[in-house]
Write a protein that binds this ligand. Structure first.
Ligand code: CA
Length: 218
């Protein structure tokens, strides 16, 4: 069952939306406070967030901004003021997936929610494991056994490629293309540098060098 976070400080609206979503078969939670909503959203337990703009403690834009800075990719539908082009533009620029101007029809809200949840791979893998190493793809946290391992977003992306392809040798070119988006070799040793970072963090045995071919998980 998809889990939706409703962030709305007008009780009348939030209870109406909550009732409607529950009737439509969704699980949902309501938060009427910006800071609380951000903390809830950061848990990664929601499949979609409905986000009002005017809220106590933190406004909707700020919540969205902080989520996206954290690499949180949960779909967000902003609920903007009617006819405010500015709200709309700021919302979409800030990483919202969609917006709906108030007052909206509940059926339209449901339709937008269905679209956003359909876009999202339903049975998306949320965790990768290899030996003692696990990567939580929602929260972007890495663990070695029971210990948290601090990774930069790029280090995480490199580790993710290896854990997604545990038996394959990954060439420098493949890593450059998948992680850095380069279709050419910029002639730097950036891949080797990141392999070294990951070996430092997960142990020297984490990745082995396959001479002349690339790297592989070990
Ligand atoms: Ca409001």
């Amino acid at each position: 069952m998809s889990n939706i976070l409703i962030v709305e400080d007008e009780t009348r609206i939030s209870s109406f939306v909550q009732k409607g979503l529950r009737a439509a078969g969704y699980a949902c939670s309501v938060s009427a406070d910006g800071a609380e909503a951000l903390a809830l959203a950061q848990t990664g337990q929601f499949d979609l967030i409905l986000l009002d703009i005017g809220l106590p403690t933190l406004d909707g834009y700020e919540i969205l901004r902080r989520l996206r800075v954290d690499d949180q990719i949960t779909p967000v539908i902003m609920l903007t003021a009617r006819n405010s082009v500015e709200d709309t533009v700021v919302s979409l620029d800030g990483g919202a997936n969609d917006y709906l101007a108030k007052p909206y029809k509940f059926d339209e809200l449901l339709a937008r929610i269905r679209i956003r949840l359909r876009d999202r791979p339903a049975a998306a893998i949320t965790e990768l494991r290899y030996g003692d190493i696990s990567l939580d793809l929602r929260t972007r946290r890495a663990m070695l056994g029971n210990a948290n391992v601090e990774l930069s977003p790029r280090e995480f992306a490199v580790a993710e490629e290896f854990l997604k392809n545990p038996d394959q040798v990954l060439s420098r070119g493949q890593l450059l293309s998948r992680v850095w988006g380069y279709d050419f070799d910029p002639g730097s040793n950036v891949v080797d540098v990141y392999i070294r970072y990951l070996r430092n963090k997960f142990g020297a045995d984490f990745i082995e060098t396959v001479r002349g071919a690339g790297y592989r998980l070990k």
